[in-house]
Design a protein around this ligand. Structure first.
Ligand code: SF4
Ligand code: SF4
Length: 285
């Protein structure tokens, strides 16, 4: 089963949930955790993996052969990201804007465009206490997270329970991370901001046709907006984590909840059972 753990907004406790889920399932020995929050990966802080290898991630950007180029302008016309500017005697390539789609080289009538790799980040693969761990890291200053997310997801192994820590929000990197999941757990908090961003995240997973359930973190503060919304939308609240100073202390020290406080291991196992009941039949282990 591929289970993504997402949140409409940052700081809701998504990584707390994904790492505790992975750890409580670990005795079966068939778990992977993929941290796709490539702009700010932090699951490794909790799982403290040992990395065995890394893979550099490149995207193909155009290199123009000025000998062949007739400066017809077709490449700049086709580039929706405005990564090319054709001057009278030169083609300028703005590599940081290029998405590596290949359209310019494909459509150049003079075959004047070749592609060369530009490094945008890295994927690291390792192990943490029996959990296969993979995360991606986008280089500082880069904007293109999805190619790294795709590289991380290439490590998904069918037959394993794969937990994906998704970046916050509902933008392209989030969609890329969640796509293909059997179930999406949405972590939120009982505030108007939490509700607003949860509703956006629900719209996204419904658009992708993925069943979802909610984890309500810091329960006991704020208002009942999340409960009312979930009732209205028929979305199950599968777990409530109370606002608790001890949980916050553990989090700030990088200690997973299931390892820091007795009883949470069982609670997370029950959460996983609940998810299995709601996931499509074929996804159940
Ligand atoms: S499409 Fe090809 S020939 Fe035309 S300007 Fe671009 S690189 Fe030059
Ligand atoms: S590869 Fe795509 S995004 Fe990059 S310059 Fe060419 S058309 Fe633009």
């Amino acid at each position: 089963m591929i289970l993504s753990v997402a949140s409409g907004k940052g700081g809701t406790g998504k990584t707390l949930v994904s790492t505790s889920l992975a750890l409580c399932l670990k005795p079966g020995g068939n778990v992977q955790l993929l941290d796709c929050d490539v702009e700010e990966p932090n699951a490794h802080i909790f799982l403290k993996p040992t990395f065995a290898r890394s893979e550099t991630v490149f995207i193909p950007v155009p290199r123009v052969d000025e000998e062949k180029c007739t400066h017809c302008g077709k490449c700049a016309e086709v580039c929706v990201y405005h990564a090319l500017a054709v001057l009278k005697e030169r083609v300028l390539v703005f590599a940081e804007l290029c998405h590596g789609c290949g359209a310019c080289s494909y459509l150049c009538p003079e075959d004047a465009i070749a592609e060369e790799g530009r490094e945008i980040g890295v994927v690291e693969i390792g192990n943490s206490k029996g959990i296969e761990f993979v995360h991606g890291k986008l280089n500082i200053g880069e904007a293109m997270a999805p190619p790294i997310t795709r590289k991380v997801k290439e490590h998904i192994k069918p037959g394993k329970t794969t937990i994906i820590d998704v970046p916050p929000g509902t933008s392209c990197p989030v969609v890329e991370s969640v796509r293909g999941s059997d179930f999406c757990l949405l972590v939120t908090e009982p505030t108007p901001f939490g509700l607003n961003d949860l509703a956006l995240a629900v719209d996204m997973v419904r658009e992708l046709g993925i069943p979802c359930g909610v984890v309500l973190n810091r329960a006991g503060v704020g208002d009942s907006g999340i409960e009312d919304y979930c009732l209205r939308e028929r979305i199950p609240i599968l777990l409530q984590i109370p606002l608790d100073i001890e949980i916050a202390r553990l989090y700030s020290r990088g200690i997973p909840l299931v390892e820091g406080i007795n009883g949470w291991q069982k609670t997370f196992l029950e959460l996983f059972d609940g998810i299995e009941q709601l996931a499509p039949l074929g996804a159940r282990q």
